[in-house]
Design a protein around this ligand. Structure first.
Ligand SMILES: *[C@@H]1O[C@H](CO)[C@@H](O)[C@H](O)[C@H]1NC(C)=O
Length: 413
C-alpha cells in the first residue's frame, strides 16, 4: 500500500520529522494505550465521515456499484488515515507509522472476522491496551473481577491499559481492597446482591451501625466512646497535649490548639495577663494580674533617661528615652528643633573680606585713573584733586590694614 508519507518528498519529510521531534508537552506524557485509543477512535470517525462519499456522486445503479467499490478501497483508507493524527501529535504519528502494515492487514483482510478495530489494533496487534477490567503488562484481572472492577465502587489503577498497579481507589464512603465494604465513618444503609449503599455516620463516629448519635461502635481520633456515643477528649488536661513553653492549651472538638501567652507572662494557664504563671520582665503582679511597670514614674527624683534634653516615655513592658518637647534627635543627640532660618541672601554675602579689599582697590584705582585722565587734559582743579587722592591713597597703603592686604598679594592671592 502507498503510505500517506510516500507522497511527501524526502527532504520535506525529514524536516517534518525534525519538527515533530520537538517536545510536545500535551502528547509526550500520554499513556501509550490512550494514544492508541485516540488513534482508533479517530480512525472510526474517519470511516463514518467517508461512509457516504464515493468517486463521484449520485445514486444510479452504476454509481451504487462504484460506492460499493469505494467502501473497501485504498482511496478511502488513505482518506481516513489522513485525518487520524494532528500534525503536531508526535506520539500519534509515530504509532500510525508503526501500525501501517497492521492497519492495511485489517482493512483488506481482517475486517470481517475482527470488526472491533480498537481491540484488533491496540489490544491484539500492538499490545498497548488490555481489555476492560484488566491491567498491567500481562493484563491481570482487576480486584473484584473484570466484569465489575472494584465492585463498581472504585477505579482499578491501570484498568484497560498495559500499566498500573491494579489497586482499587474507592469512591467516598467505600473501602476495603475491593471497595466492597463501607469506608471509615460510613455504615451499610442497604445491601443486596448487586448493590451496596453506604451512608455517613453521626459526625465523630469512625464506625457505626446507623445514623443516630447513639449508634457509634468506634470513634474518630480525638473522641472517646462512652455509652455508644462519641464524646470529645479534653487533651489539655492530659499527656496528649504538647504545647511550647510560652503557650497555653485550648481544647477543641476532636482536637486541641496551642495559643501564645500574653506578653505580660512567662508561662500561662490561659489567655490574658491574669492567667500568668510568672510575670514577664517589665511587669509586676498586682493582685491576680501582671501589670506593666511604669519605669518613668520616678523620673523627677531620679532620672531614667540621662541624655541631655531627653524625656522618659513608658511603653508596655518597658520604656523609651525620647527627646524632650522642642528637641529632635540628630546623630543620637537631642538638639533644639529650630526651623532653619533662611534670610534673603544679598549679592555680596558670599564675598570674602579679601575680595572686598580687592574691590575697594579696583574702585579707588578707577577714580584715580579718571582723575589722571582729567588732569592730563590740563584742568587745574582735577589735577589738584588727583594729587590729593594719590596722597590719600599713599596714606592708606601705609596703614596696618593695607600692609596685610599687600602681604596677601605678595603671597599670590
Ligand atoms: C438492589 O438495590 C438497588 C438499590 O438499592 C436496586 O436498584 C436494585 O434493584 C436491587 N437489586 C436487587 C437484585 O435486589
Amino acid at each position: 500500500m502507498a503510505s500517506p508519507w510516500n507522497k511527501v518528498p524526502p527532504a520535506l519529510l525529514s524536516f517534518l520529522l525534525l519538527f515533530l521531534w520537538l517536545p510536545n508537552p500535551s502528547a509526550s506524557q500520554q499513556e501509550p494505550c490512550q494514544t492508541c485509543r485516540d488513534l482508533a477512535s479517530n480512525f472510526l470517525k474517519g470511516l463514518e465521515r467517508t461512509q457516504r462519499e464515493n468517486f463521484g456522486g449520485g445514486n444510479t445503479a452504476w454509481e451504487e456499484e462504484k460506492l460499493a467499490k469505494y467502501a473497501n478501497s485504498e482511496t478511502r483508507l488513505l482518506e481516513v488515515l489522513e485525518g487520524v493524527c494532528a500534525t503536531s501529535d508526535f506520539a500519534c504519528n509515530q504509532l500510525l507509522e508503526q501500525s501501517e502494515d497492521h492497519v492495511e492487514q485489517w482493512w483488506f483482510h481482517e475486517q470481517q472476522q475482527h470488526p472491533d478495530f480498537f481491540q484488533w489494533l491496540c489490544m491484539d496487534a500492538q499490545k498497548l491496551c488490555c481489555s476492560p477490567g484488566t491491567y498491567g503488562p500481562d493484563c491481570h484481572t482487576c480486584p473484584g473481577g473484570a466484569q465489575k472492577p472494584c465492585s463498581g465502587y472504585g477505579q482499578c489503577d491501570g484498568d484497560g491499559t498495559r500499566g498500573g498497579t491494579g489497586l482499587c481507589m474507592c469512591q467516598t464512603g467505600y473501602g476495603g481492597p475491593f471497595c466492597s465494604e463501607c469506608g471509615d465513618g460510613y455504615y451499610e444503609a442497604a445491601r443486596n446482591d448487586s448493590h451496596l449503599v453506604c451512608a455517613e455516620c453521626y459526625r465523630a463516629c469512625g464506625r457505626c451501625s446507623g445514623p443516630e448519635d447513639s449508634s457509634c461502635l468506634r470513634c474518630k481520633r480525638g473522641w472517646m466512646l462512652h455509652d455508644r456515643r462519641c464524646i470529645d477528649i479534653d487533651e489539655c488536661g492530659t499527656e496528649m497535649a504538647h504545647c511550647r513553653a510560652n503557650q497555653f492549651c485550648v481544647n477543641t472538638e476532636g482536637s486541641y490548639e496551642c495559643r501564645d501567652c500574653a506578653k505580660a507572662c512567662i508561662g500561662c494557664m490561659g489567655a490574658g495577663p491574669s492567667r500568668c504563671k510568672k510575670c514577664n520582665k517589665g511587669y509586676q503582679r498586682d493582685g491576680v494580674k501582671c501589670l506593666d511597670v511604669d519605669e518613668c514614674a520616678g523620673e523627677v527624683e531620679e532620672p531614667v533617661c540621662t541624655g541631655a534634653n531627653e524625656a522618659c516615655e513608658n511603653t508596655d513592658g518597658g520604656y523609651r528615652c525620647i527627646c524632650a518637647e522642642g528637641y529632635v534627635r540628630k546623630d543620637g543627640i537631642c538638639e533644639e528643633d529650630k526651623p532653619p532660618d533662611a534670610p534673603e541672601k544679598g549679592f555680596f554675602d558670599d564675598i570674602t573680606d579679601d575680595e572686598v579689599v580687592v574691590l575697594q582697590q579696583m574702585f579707588f584705582g578707577a577714580i584715580i585713573c579718571a582723575l589722571a585722565t582729567l588732569a592730563a587734559k590740563g584742568d587745574m582743579v582735577f589735577t589738584a584733586i588727583f594729587i590729593g587722592a594719590v596722597a590719600a591713597m599713599a596714606g592708606y597703603w601705609l596703614s596696618e590694614r593695607s600692609d596685610r592686604v599687600l602681604d596677601g598679594f605678595i603671597k599670590g592671592r
